[in-house]
Design a binder for this molecule. Structure first.
Ligand code: BGC
Length: 746
């Protein structure tokens, strides 16, 4: 495991105390200036008469009207943050912050509010520190296993509501870096390996966050696919490969979600830092994709003034190394044209109008905790993947069970979660940076509640022999295993840590009815896969995870989730068998604090190009442990009658039948193989549908496939291009179980 110096977004309790002391010293001066500012602040009534408060004008018109009124200092205020708790010395305005990762001053005299930002990957971060509570949802990767845009929307809406209740109007999420490197410590924060699936889901999440009047920032743009050396790694990749993989996820996410911001990442792409990368920020994002809102730097990812500004970075976070006094002086000296500054400011303002921040000021409120639990549990139930179910070991029959062994570290207490700036606080004191946090959702209690007449006993597994002895005298043994990951680290291997493989082997040897429940933030390897009949991937399941797992174990919920990433057999099968690390003596994340001198110290060449995840294993003819799109149900489905109607929006129609005896939700997957001339991997996901079927019920299902999803990116014309030829459409329940096939000419 590689660790970097603690990132200040995860500042611990002691640091926070020091910060508060420092804060107190600046408080008096600030309060004086606020009250002075407030004297001049117009009332809501007075503001109504201002031209830009007319809601029937477009966000662009309103932004332009405000811009005309602003002084140079006010403009500069909008293009940088005001520091972050624990990140260097507090800035003079620190007392105006809300405890989140950063904030941008407003212009009170013009009715423009402060932008209060909080991380919120799977719930609002730093809530305990803010004196409030927030729901921990299943991780974004878990939620991606539902393949459900509606669930993604509920996810975003809940985060949006809880952010605003805590006084935030901007979230630093959602992440959509595709799983090119499964050992990436932030894999749990993202949405899997397929750009169309990930982009669609993140887009729906962001759209619904936005509907709550919250600016989302899609991140980390771009190719921040590993944490090792993230501030100094130069990612090498060709344009076509990037556009068809990592960048496609952003393109789709931005199109659907219309986020208020895009966060440029720490790394370099083809020799240039992302936050000063003209191709990424100006040509592609603001040019080709017409992104109208603002680019915010990742925390400490700004490394220059003129170059960043000219490349399209609009807002530097968390503090103004470049975008404060230096920016002002550069404008005054004519080194940066006023029009360039105006463009940055206009974009920030536009986002505030477009997302409704100006018209809907936040009001702190108590959130609906029960509703949050309910949403979290429901999403978890659609996120838990039944990977293996030999001899129908699941669902468990509560009437026939006399004894159950619950085995695993903390399985009596709770379930684990992912760390770093994504971390949601569990009840108790705020979590420190990279603390290993368990939510109090007890598998032991949840199973006991389901089987009140059975004896349910717990063993931590610390001594595998004792756990095996308990398993031996139980009807069924359920082993809860965990793999913790976090921002600021990568895994060396996908093996379960802490001898848990040996624990499973010993328990399975003692009881053939052993079920493994995995709590992980990415794929794991499973040397014991053939020795246990039942395997559930529960991911980081959120603060109602145990109830969701128990509902699936006992068949109260029929599992429907499918893997959004491949589980390889071994790290040796990955495109890069070893994660590249910085050379000895590198500054790690301290590179961020040394902005002027930052430079690449090593590179990672993504020679696999577009062959990410299943596309790699398909193209390289490698067998996998569990394929992309795989997930079992307690019922079975039959696919028949495939028809393809080619066009601008092609339609793929087929019949899906529930051939079993339980109602279920099937994710029907549609893949396409392109003509040989395209030189693409054997297939790509081009669409899917989530279908509910009662036992014996059949439905005709239609999946619409936009032309872009069948196209290649043509570097010559800098455009998506549909090549003429024969396309093969494949339909079924997993990337490796596609019973229907039909060709169509384009
Ligand atoms: C992370 C971002 C996060 C920011 C603020 C950075 O280190 O990469 O994802 O939003 O910190 O906490």
């Amino acid at each position: 495991m590689i660790r970097f110096l603690p990132h200040s977004s995860g500042v611990d309790a002691t640091m926070r105390k020091v910060y508060r002391l420092l804060l107190a010293t600046v408080l008096f001066a600030t309060l004086t200036s606020i009250s002075f500012a407030q004297d001049k602040t117009p009332t809501a009534e007075e503001l109504k008469s201002k031209a830009w408060m007319n809601k029937s004008l477009s966000p662009d018109e309103r932004a332009n009207l405000v811009l005309k009124e602003m002084t140079l200092d006010e403009k500069i205020d909008l293009i940088h943050g005001q520091g972050m708790p624990g990140w260097g010395t507090p800035m003079p305005n620190a007392a105006l912050g809300n405890g989140g990762a950063g904030f941008v001053l407003g212009v009170p005299r013009l009715g423009i509010p402060i932008i209060q930002m909080s991380d919120a990957a799977y719930g609002v971060r730093n809530s305990a520190d803010n004196g409030r509570y927030s729901t921990a949802l299943p991780s974004p990767l878990a939620s991606a296993s539902s393949w459900d845009p509606q669930a993604a929307c509920e996810y975003g809406a809940l985060i949006g509501r809880e952010l605003r209740a805590q006084g935030y109007n901007m979230t630093l999420g959602g992440g959509v870096n595709i799983t090119r490197e499964p050992r990436n410590g932030r894999t749990f924060e993202y949405m899997g390996e397929d750009p169309i699936l990930a982009g669609t889901l993140v887009g729906n999440r962001i759209k619904c966050e936005g509907a709550q009047h919250v600016i989302s920032d899609i991140k980390h743009y771009a190719l921040n696919d590993q944490e090792s050396g993230r501030s100094e790694v130069d990612v090498k990749i060709g344009k076509r490969a990037a556009r068809e993989s990592d960048l496609l996820a952003f393109e789709i996410g931005i199109e659907i979600g219309q986020p208020g911001a895009v966060m440029c990442s720490y790394n370099l792409v083809n020799g240039t830092y992302s936050c000063q990368n003209k191709y990424l920020l100006t040509e592609l994002l603001k040019g080709d994709w017409k992104f109208p809102n603002f680019v915010v730097s990742d925390w400490g990812a700004t490394h220059s003034l003129e170059a960043s500004s000219a490349a399209g970075l609009d807002n530097e976070e968390p503090d103004p190394n470049f975008y404060g006094t230096k920016f002002k002086q550069a404008v005054e000296a004519g080194k940066i044209p006023m029009s360039e500054l105006d463009d940055h400011v206009r974009r920030v303002l536009r986002a505030e109008f477009a997302l409704g921040l100006v018209d809907n000021p936040t009001k702190k409120a108590v959130i609906d905790v029960e509703a949050g639990f309910e949403t979290s549990r429901k999403i978890a139930e659609h996120s838990i993947v039944l990977l293996q179910n030999k001899n129908n070991v699941l669902p468990l029959d509560r009437n026939a069970l006399h004894s159950v062994a619950i085995i695993g570290e903390k399985a009596d207490f709770g379930m684990t979660s992912g760390g770093g700036s994504a971390q949601v606080d569990a009840p108790g004191p705020p979590a420190g940076w990279q603390a290993h946090v368990w939510f109090p959702t007890s598998p032991l209690k949840a199973v006991k509640a389901k089987a009140p007449n059975a004896t349910v006993k717990f063993d931590s597994g610390a001594d595998p022999a004792l756990a095996a002895a308990l398993a031996k005298k139980s009807d069924v043994a359920i082993v809860f295993v965990h793999q913790w990951i976090s921002e600021g680290m990568d895994l060396k291997s996908l093996s379960l840590p802490d001898n848990q493989d040996a624990l499973i082997e010993q328990v399975a040897a003692a009881n053939p009815r052993t079920i493994v429940v995995i709590e992980s933030g990415t794929a794991i390897t499973m040397p014991w896969v053939d020795k246990v009949p039942g395997i559930l991937e529960a991911w980081y399941a959120g603060n109602k995870g145990a109830d969701a797992v128990a509902n699936i174990l006992f068949g109260d919920v029929n599992p429907s989730a499918k893997l959004p990433m491949t589980f390889p057999k071994s790290e040796a099968d990955l495109p890069h068998p070893i994660v590249a690390v910085p050379p000895p003596g590198s500054k790690g994340d301290d590179n961020q604090k040394d902005p002027g001198n930052a430079h690449a110290t090593f590179s990672v060449d993504y020679t696999e190009g577009v062959e990410v995840g299943y596309k790699w294993y398909d193209a390289q003819h490698k067998q996998v442990l569990f394929p992309f799109g795989h997930g079992l149900s307690y019922t079975t489905y039959g696919y028949s009658d495939l028809k393809v109607n080619p066009g601008q929006q092609s339609t793929v129609t087929f019949t899906l039948k529930n051939t079993g005896s339980r109602a279920g939700d099937e994710i029907a997957e549609v893949y396409a193989g392109l003509p040989d001339a395209a030189q693409e991997p054997p297939k790509r996901l081009v669409g899917w549908n989530n279908v509910h079927l009662e036992p014996g019920e059949s439905k005709e299902v239609t999946v619409t496939v936009p032309q872009k999803y069948l196209s290649i990116f043509d570097e010559g014309t800098n455009a998506w291009k549909l090549l003429p030829g024969s396309y093969t459409f494949m339909v079924g329940g997993s990337s490796q179980d596609l019973p229907l096939k039909a060709s169509a000419n384009y």
